[in-house]
Write a protein that binds this ligand. Structure first.
Ligand code: ASP
Length: 223
């Protein structure tokens, strides 16, 4: 069945569609043919808006503010949809500074950089995780996305393991700062970090439950 027909059919069975798809832009295409709300639950390497909502909620709860924060986005910035959506959403706040720390093969793409520049959000690329971690309120680590490399295992191998958040990174981080991660984790945050109160990723994951409950209620019932 073609994509639009599938959406029209599922629409007949449900009040809302939460869609995860391997293609960038799939949720947008679905929304064009649907008469019920569509939630983008991740469209390939495109966007992950509900993750960004729970991420800003987590930053607000953990750091106490969003205006004026310094955020280091680390890891697979080319394929990681969560960092793309988070950068986009952070641009709605005042005086935010974003540091991009990634292996060369998975740098943040120009569309997001251009968007940030057009919104007067300061951003900078850096190869020095320690320096960035020492300055940031949030170190947002991501996994290198093996599934996006296809046959290019050599490039995947080049990228993985370059930036690891471990006890040494914690040592240079400020007391109030936090480590976040959209999960699942591979080896980019060592497990000994978990015991540190600044490891916020399981609290972050739990916040996802509440944010998505709220979003469903908003779309199905209203305020
Ligand atoms: N869970 C996140 C996502 O759906 C991050 C990841 O898969 O690495 O994009």
């Amino acid at each position: 069945m073609c994509f639009a027909d599938t959406i029209r059919t599922v629409e007949g069975y449900s009040d809302i569609i939460v869609m995860r798809h391997f293609e960038s832009g799939a949720a947008k295409r679905a929304a064009a043919s649907a008469g019920i709300p569509i939630i983008n639950a991740g469209d390939g390497p495109g966007q992950h808006p509900t993750q960004a909502l729970l991420d800003v909620y987590t930053i607000e709860r953990e750091i106490g503010k969003l205006d004026g924060i310094r955020v280091g986005l680390v890891g697979d910035l080319a394929n990681g949809r969560t960092v793309r959506s988070l950068a986009y959403l952070l641009a709605k706040y005042q005086d935010v500074k974003i540091y991009f720390v990634s292996p060369d093969v998975v740098k943040m793409k120009d569309d997001i950089k251009e968007y940030l520049t057009s919104r007067h959000v300061e951003w900078e690329e850096s190869g020095d995780l320690m320096e960035v971690a020492s300055k940031c309120d949030v170190v947002y680590q991501t996994r290198i996305q093996r599934e996006r490399f296809g046959e290019r295992i050599d490039l995947y191998e080049e990228a993985r393991g370059k930036y690891i958040v471990d006890e040494n990174v914690l040592k240079v981080m400020q007391k109030h700062a936090v480590v976040m991660h959209p999960l699942p984790r591979l080896d980019e945050i060592t497990v000994d970090v978990d015991a540190d109160p600044r490891a916020a990723y399981f609290r972050q994951a739990k916040n996802g439950l509440y944010i998505r409950m709220a979003l469903l209620k908003l779309l199905l019932v209203g305020w």
